[in-house]
Design a protein around this ligand. Sequence first.
Ligand code: DX5
Ligand code: ZN
Length: 211
Amino acid sequence: MKYKLAPSILSADFGRLNEQIDLLRDKVELFHIDVMDGHFVPNISFGAPVMKWIDKGLFLDVHLMIENPEKYVEDFIRAGGDRIIVHAEATDDLRGLLGKIVDLGALPGVSIKPSTPVESIFEVLDVLDEVLIMTVEPGFGGQEFMEDMMPKIKELRAHGFEGDIGVDGGINAETAKVCIEAGANLLIAGSYIYGADDPLERVELLKRSFA
Ligand code: DX5
Ligand code: ZN
């Protein structure tokens, strides 16, 4: 299993975003970009016009916490998104939306909120590159990790899913270990990394959970 770490830029200083990304770019496999529209989640972050200024040459996971994702996936792929993660709860035609992402040249992923059962995405596992398990209610950084989401990860692996399983929300050096043990291979961390005085140290601490 290839383990990966993705800093979430939501907790970074947007005034010097590329500098904050540069600090970690050689230490991590990818970056996690949180897009919020104030409708699907009760918070607004930024859209494709901002995202396109993020340095190229990085692998970008785009976590779309928005309504009508069908309407916007193309913008985020054009803005540099390599893998587009849509919420299962945000669409009536999940398979169609994932097909659209692939047709536009990006990798498809799906995220589920804490209240959404993992069985609801079993029917699309065959086309997914990533499943993103929310370990907090989406919308804000800095919330407390929900350990009761771990059975979802175990069920996915038991069901034979071999793609990336990401965990998003409340990840720190301790909760990371719990997630890896459950079968996750992709850690997303925002405030634990960018909220620290020494983000590089936090990256090293998180990577220890891969050992
Ligand atoms: C929450 C976002 C997360 C967030 C994680 O809705 O999807 O990616 O940035 O932040 P932390 O790591 O602070 O919980
Ligand atoms: Zn996220």
